[in-house]
Design a binder for this molecule. Structure first.
Ligand SMILES: [Zn+2]
Ligand SMILES: [Zn+2]
Ligand SMILES: [Zn+2]
Ligand SMILES: [Zn+2]
Ligand SMILES: [Zn+2]
Ligand SMILES: [Zn+2]
Length: 381
């Protein structure tokens, strides 16, 4: 007899399994160990006690329980893919494809799955040229955590009760006066009531002492500065993100236009320019979107000014193309429409290439300095 290394009981040799090395276990222990570990960890164990797990052996032992066997097989695939630098699962919804990289020198690259999903191989997010995976992660974490600051922003900005202009609380004093020159309404920050009755009993609402009022005022100024910078770029970023959500609808419009043109005797080749234009438009929006993240973290410099000029140029070209695709599709003269659309999207491509080339050139020359301010700790207590 031999001793099982899991239950420590001696068993006849015939009822034991091993992994080809000196370690031996009884069949029941081996099987339940694998099943239990898979339930706990959600993936297949790589070892059992001190021995390597024998995949073929496990598969044989699990023959009686097809569900567990299926899970184990799936887990083996997951292990294999996550351990292989050149393999990645497609993040597409309901897609179970594995994408293989031909050359893993640069893993942060654009890949397109059979299902049509385009993503970054390294981080499985949407393709995020020209920013790095880690910058994207920071930005997403910031957006997720920013709701606190946004709440703070909301708490420190109120609407004038009379004219609804946005008024920022600029100090500890609760005596507010609307900045709108035609309004000039005076009210109390705490109760939002007219200031007039407070005139004599101001202490009813004003609970700030002078020192604290000053501290609050300074902190607010600083926070608003960072926050308004962030909100500025967040706004631009979200704007393109939202536009991209209309991508499918625009594609539909364009496809029906293409069908119509083909019905009138034009060939697929002749109307293909519309499809190309939508692809260019979406690409430009994607590039712009991520360059706002880049811009948010970028420190001021001469190169940064050139970058912003390039960005502005692409922004203008993109809005121009978008306008043409959304409004001027009624143009009956196809040759004229084609010339117009092609001019616009080729201009976009040129602008986009100029912007990206400059950014990559900057990476190569180490021109870019980033500042990752982690946001302010708001400490008003
Ligand atoms: Zn045992
Ligand atoms: Zn896929
Ligand atoms: Zn990435
Ligand atoms: Zn007002
Ligand atoms: Zn006052
Ligand atoms: Zn009051």
């Amino acid at each position: 007899t031999v001793i099982c290394e899991i239950c420590c009981q001696s068993r006849p040799y015939s009822g034991m399994v091993g992994s080809g090395c000196a370690h031996v276990f009884c069949v029941d222990c081996y099987r339940s160990y694998v099943a239990q570990r898979m339930l706990q960890a959600g993936h297949a164990p790589r070892s059992i006690a001190a021995a390597l797990l024998d995949d073929q052996l496990v598969l044989r032992l699990l023959e009686g329980s097809p569900k567990l066997r299926g899970q184990f097989q799936k887990a083996l695939v997951t292990n294999f893919v996550t351990c292989n630098r050149r393999l990645a699962f497609c993040p597409g919804a309901d897609c179970e494809c594995v994408v293989r990289l031909l050359d893993d020198a640069v893993r942060a690259c654009r890949v397109t799955c059979r299902c049509g999903k385009t993503f970054c191989f390294a981080c499985a997010q949407d393709w995020h040229e020209p920013i790095s995976c880690s910058m994207l992660r920071r930005w997403q974490q910031k957006n997720a955590g920013e709701s606190m600051s946004t709440q703070w922003f909301m708490a420190n900005t109120k609407e004038c009760p009379k004219c609804h202009a946005t008024i920022e609380k600029n100090g500890g004093c609760n005596h507010m006066k609307c900045r709108n020159a035609t309004c000039n309404h005076e009210f109390c920050w705490v109760c939002m009531d007219d200031w007039q009755p407070h005139g004599k009993e101001w202490y009813n609402c004003n609970r700030f002492d002078e020192e604290r009022a000053e501290r609050v005022r300074r902190q607010q100024a600083l926070s608003r500065n960072y926050l308004s910078r962030y909100l500025h770029y967040y706004d631009l970023y979200m704007n393109h993100l939202k536009s991209l959500e209309f991508e499918a609808r625009l594609q539909e419009t364009v496809h029906s236009k293409m069908d119509e043109m083909q019905y009138h005797g034009l060939s697929w080749i002749e109307v293909k320019f519309l499809r190309d234009a939508v692809a260019v438009l979406c690409n430009c929006r994607r590039v712009l979107m991520y360059t706002y993240v880049f811009a948010y973290y970028l420190k001021p410099s001469n190169q940064q000014k050139i970058f912003e000029d390039n960005q502005r140029n692409l922004q203008l070209a993109t809005e121009d193309l978008s306008e043409v695709l959304e409004r001027e599709m009624q143009l009956e003269d196809v040759a004229q429409l084609k010339r117009l659309v092609q001019d616009k999207f080729r201009f976009c491509e040129t602008r986009s290439a100029a912007l990206l080339d400059h950014v990559y050139e900057g990476y190569r020359m180490s021109c870019w300095d980033f500042e990752f301010h982690e946001g302010l700790k708001l400490n008003l207590a």
